[in-house]
Design a protein around this ligand. Structure first.
Ligand SMILES: [Zn+2]
Length: 789
């Protein structure tokens, strides 16, 4: 028997504790919290699960124009409860921590694998050390008394042996009938009653007992793509949806396997809808369910989570991307924020779980992450429109330094949040992506085939301080009017509609920079006889398609001793008799080769297939095939010159500028970070966009510049990535950069008369000439946010 009485806040306390969201209407918030506080007063006695009559939020008297909580709460916190915590959880200490960090909402473990409240749902196992305590309920009430929102956290993907034995048919099995396990736990099947009945009954119970604002789930999407479930539920569903049997093995050429992938994606969206229907029915229209998503498209692909379709349904994206990896750097977080906002809209929120513990490489759950490392990940997320969400594992820590990381950035966020949300990017460069490309072009090597070129292209943009936005390939028409250039980094798979959009964009004067095998594959990843964009590129495939051979895919994981020859060559060279080369060519090089006058070759690293070029296309680089590296005596070019194009500039009358690089140096740049590759990409971006870039920043350092606008003002978020730890975590020291001279093109409604630095808290003046404002930032330690109005 459990007894819990919650104190109902009086009006004065409610006013004092009201959420400090900028959209808050105090009177309305007060009513909200009165209602919530009343609903939280629940007596659980024996089998009596009582909620207050009339507390169904659908009876609400709240004006419909009030911003719902998921648009209003911008700072989240999470103490991820371990099973040991219930015996020692010091709620009063945590309440102080919530307050001192200006946290507005908390994510609290409710149920799933284990329950942190006395659940009545059969087989919903109590956390090991819970011993009757209603920890979830106690925390909910504490949060409510602080005027905070509660996201009930679920973890619904596996169960203990007793559960498995009670319902063996709810669990995923391999081809031989053996259950899939993760450690001691058994993995549940997404097509089973576990997801259709068990989880909904937990969601309903939690909503009715505690009335949390909403639900999230750590791991809601079941088995990943690498594992096929052959349970009866799956077999039946797949047969009824496709008329086929579940594929026996992974085989990208098999139509059943391809359909299995699509069927899996669809099932995850059904779960999304079902859970939302359940929580809204039990908790009211704003009691949404939003499962967590990954900060990597290839991660989303492996988990069958279609980001575009999820964002079409989601009111808020809970991003579980806790720390950086060395290859992507901090800048990956801003990139991901912009990419998701491109799907979700810039008016919605994307809180991101940010580890305060040593997460990533390596992971130590109970040790504090170096403060600069944690802070930079947070700052870069905020720069990309992400909201901070601190994350600890366990409710008590002997490494108490962990508690000091979040406060400063959270408090700064509170002071400045008006400038950090509800803003739209000002960028003229769009970088095209699609999850289909990751699925069916990247397949099992998406990291090398799709992620690496993306990373290289993004890094070239960041390094040259060029603002950009990620553009989903299905949104090209929507974004086109604001863009001067679309970049297609190794976008092998493109649909007919996407090709049509690109052609329209070019015809209307837009520039294109494409690399590698862009547009050479259909939506299933089947190689076609030519690039769908061949006429745009001025380049066509010459080799006939060999069945089941996808050469570049085979090559991408390797590095070859290859080069690119710049044409025309500018230097006289001494040629050995065996090469028989003409001594010198004359002429001027194209401006995209600016900066390379002292070399006739650039390192490459990939392989190339011959392509045929159209008459108006100009070949600016040719391929030099591989030759030995070791021993040094053998390191001479066997074939110094070919006519295989590595870089092509095409001219289409009346259209934008086109550059096509069969030589995928974006992939090489993503992998090796060689400055030549970055410089060449930057040259190409500037030329194809006709230098239509609204920002120029002079000064040394690696600085990520993101430019936004709000009505009547611009916001420039600059993150200093210059550090001894830039490419190898952790950063343990900030190395300031500056002075930086900044020039920004002023939109019509921004005069440029006020410039405010939100980090160093200074007002400065700038000079305005010919529609551009110029000012200087003397020094940036970790980041600076400039507001120009
Ligand atoms: Zn199954």
């Amino acid at each position: 028997m459990y007894q819990h009485k919650n104190k109902i806040m009086n009006n004065q306390e409610l006013r004092k504790n009201g959420i400090d969201g900028k959209h808050k209407n105090e009177g309305d918030s007060r009513r909200t919290f009165l209602k919530k506080a009343a609903a939280a007063t629940v007596t659980i006695a024996g089998s009596d699960l009582m909620t207050f009559a009339g507390e169904n939020p659908s009876d609400s008297t709240i004006p419909s124009n009030e911003m719902p909580w998921y648009r209003r709460i911008t700072r989240w916190g999470q103490t991820n409860i371990t099973e040991k915590d219930p015996s020692t959880y010091d709620i009063s200490w945590w309440r102080k921590h919530w307050k001192s960090t200006n946290t507005q909402g908390v994510i609290i473990n409710a149920g799933g694998i284990v329950a942190y409240y006395p659940s009545k749902v059969p087989l919903h196992r109590q956390a090991q050390f819970l011993e009757g305590r209603d920890l979830f309920g106690d925390l909910c009430r504490a949060a409510r008394e602080e005027g905070m929102a509660v996201f009930a956290r679920m973890d619904s993907n596996r169960a203990h042996e007793d559960f498995y034995k009670a319902h063996t048919d709810w669990f995923a099995i391999d081809g031989s009938g053996k259950p899939y396990k993760a450690g001691d736990l058994f993995i549940t099947c997404v097509n089973s009653p576990y997801y259709n009945e068990h989880i909904p009954s937990i969601l309903t119970e939690v909503a009715q007992l505690y009335n949390p604002e909403g639900f999230t789930d750590n791991s809601w999407s079941g088995l990943g793509r690498d594992t096929i479930c052959y349970c009866e539920n799956c077999k039946r569903s797949f047969r009824s949806k496709t008329g086929k049997e579940i594929p026996e093995a992974k085989n990208w050429e098999d139509s059943a396997y391809r359909e299995w992938i699509i069927w899996n994606y669809n099932r995850r969206l059904e779960i999304w809808d079902l859970n939302n229907q359940v929580t809204r029915t039990a908790g009211g229209p704003d009691c949404i369910w939003s499962g967590m998503n990954s900060g990597s498209i290839s991660g989303q692909s492996r988990s069958f989570r279609d980001f575009k379709r999820i964002c079409n349904k989601a009111e808020i994206i809970m991003l579980d991307s806790q720390s950086r990896n060395d290859s992507g750097g901090f800048q990956q977080n801003a990139d991901m924020g912009k990419l998701i906002h491109g799907l979700l809209g810039w008016d919605k929120l994307i809180p991101e779980s940010m580890a305060m513990y040593q997460a990533g490489r390596p992971t130590f759950r109970l040790a504090s992450k170096p403060v600069p490392e944690a802070r930079m990940w947070m700052v870069e997320g905020i720069a990309g429109g992400i909201q901070p969400w601190w994350h600890y594992v366990g409710a008590s820590h002997e490494d108490r330094r962990i508690y000091h990381t979040n406060g400063p950035i959270f408090n700064w966020h509170k002071e400045n949040e008006d400038y950090l949300i509800n803003r739209k990017p000002l960028a003229t460069i769009g970088v095209v992506w699609s999850q289909q490309n990751t699925d069916f072009y990247g397949r099992d090597e998406a990291e090398a085939i799709v992620d690496m070129p993306w990373r290289g292209m993004i890094q070239a943009l960041v390094r040259d301080r060029i603002p950009y936005i990620p553009v989903n390939a299905d949104h090209i028409d929507r974004e086109a009017k604001n863009l001067a250039l679309l970049i297609l980094p190794a976008t092998g798979v493109m649909t007919d509609d996407q090709i049509t959009s690109i052609k329209r964009f070019v015809k209307e004067g837009g520039g294109i920079l494409a690399t590698g095998e862009t547009s050479l594959y259909n939506e299933w990843g089947d190689r076609m006889t030519d690039f769908a964009l061949g006429d745009i590129f001025g380049a066509h495939i010459t080799e006939p398609v060999k069945p089941n051979v996808t050469p570049l895919r085979k090559w991408t994981n390797e590095t070859y001793h290859t080069y690119l020859r710049l044409t025309p060559e500018l230097r006289t060279r001494v040629d050995g008799p065996q090469t028989g080369r003409e001594p010198m060519m004359s002429g001027e090089r194209h401006q995209v080769l600016k900066g390379f006058d002292e070399t006739d070759i650039l390192s490459f690293g990939g392989l190339l297939e011959p392509v045929r070029t159209d008459s108006k296309a100009e070949v600016l680089m040719t391929y030099i095939p591989p030759f030995p590296i070791y021993p040094p005596e053998t390191a001479w070019m066997r074939e110094p010159k070919t006519d295989i194009p590595g870089l092509i500039i095409n001219t289409i009358p009346g259209a934008g500028r086109i550059a096509f690089m069969p030589a995928d140096i974006d992939r090489e740049y993503g992998r090796y970070n060689l400055p030549d590759h970055g410089n060449l990409l930057a040259n190409l971006i500037r030329w194809t966009s006709k230098d239509n870039i609204p920002l120029a920043v002079e000064g040394t350092g690696l600085v990520n510049c993101n430019l936004y606008h709000q009505p009547g003002r611009m916001i420039l978020h600059m993150t200093n990535l210059t550090s001894a730890g830039t490419w190898r975590q952790p950063v343990d020291e900030f190395i300031p950069v500056g002075p930086l001279k900044v020039r920004i093109k002023l939109p019509d409604n921004v005069s440029g008369s006020n410039i405010r630095f939100l980090v160093s808290q200074k007002n400065v003046s700038g000079s305005v000439a010919e529609g551009w404002i110029t000012f200087t930032i003397n020094s940036i330690s970790d980041h600076e946010v400039v507001v120009i109005s």
